[in-house]
Design a protein. Structure first.
Lengths: 167, 167
DNA sequence: CACAATTCAATTGCACACAACTAAATGGCC
DNA sequence: GGCCATTTAGTTGTGTGCAATTGAATTGTG
């Protein structure tokens, strides 16, 4: 099938393979998102909002900055998202007294209470994946390692230089 | 650590596990997206636009509908995206003569020529993942199976009913 | 032929995601 | 104390992603 063809043909082959892998990741990500959307609809949360609530259910109160580090999201994404959560009555935002640059995000009673209804979400998602906990855990570890590798590769500008064939 | 605790505690544990898995997927997806963004910048393409171009480099011409089936995207996403590609001079859109509901998308010469410069993209991405082709293929297959399972689970409204504990 | 159901692309509205920028507050240094 | 670099949220602009709707074209049925 691929008997070490010419370099150009090999690149073309890679372009097809790449086609497959980026399709796969893109599709899986959106399929997951879709399942979460359906499941979270009755809680009135979007998927990213659910992620924020997950952190808050563990931490109870923390500045936007810390939230962003947990979720790898910047203020451009979090500011409007948190405003919507505040408008929904699930969180409060208030300037820190100690450091007025910082905004502390904390759960309202309503927000804390929502956790009870959210307890059923993970099981539903796990069922939808059709995987057992061991497989889920394995996939999670792979994805974490992949993310770490991608981050370190992506943030390094030198990586672009040391790649021959750019010109 | 988890010696078959009370049901409520078990759900709480799942909520933490779920925390991990959805973080992982979310982060991996965006990390990938980020690497593609950097790599595609010099081609003047976004990641979804690159996906569209990949299809067109294989198919050369096809209606928006088919494109959407390949990519699992609807016209709400594709219409503005294709307009941008057209504005960039990479594709042409024209009403089909046979069926005037349909819009045929085809590459311009410039769009076809861009393929040459895109040939180096897959290798860069593969390098950034730090995985060998076998591992990439394995991951791809897992993701494809997962997507298939998620889609069939998500589109079935009965799945919500047969889940006890919703009330 | 007429009419209803279907198909297809486009549009609208909402919610991320992220780059780039702004503005306020803080901390370090002289 | 005064000044400057840094930190922190927020804002703006662009580009998806998707649900819901619109409108034109086509197909099926009587």
């Amino acid at each position: 099938m691929t008997p070490t063809p010419t370099p150009a043909a090999a690149s073309a082959e890679w372009l097809r393979l790449d086609n497959q892998i980026c399709f796969s990741l893109h599709a899986a990500s959106r399929a997951f998102n879709s399942v979460y959307r359906v499941t979270l609809k009755e809680l009135g949360l979007t998927y990213p909002q659910y992620l924020v609530m997950l952190v808050l259910w563990e931490e109870d109160e923390l500045p936007v900055k810390k939230l962003g580090e947990h979720l790898r999201l910047d203020s451009g994404t979090l500011s409007p998202l948190l405003k919507r959560l505040e408008a929904a009555g699930l969180v409060r935002r208030e300037r820190s007294a100690r450091d007025e640059r910082s905004v502390e995000v904390r759960l309202t009673e309503e927000g804390a209470a929502l956790r009870e209804r959210a307890l059923q979400v993970p099981r539903r998602i796990a069922e939808a994946t059709g995987l057992d906990p061991r497989e889920i855990n394995d996939l999670r570890e792979r994805l974490d390692r992949l993310t770490e590798t991608l981050d370190s590769a992506g943030l390094d500008p030198a990586a672009l230089e040391e790649t021959p064939g750019c010109r």
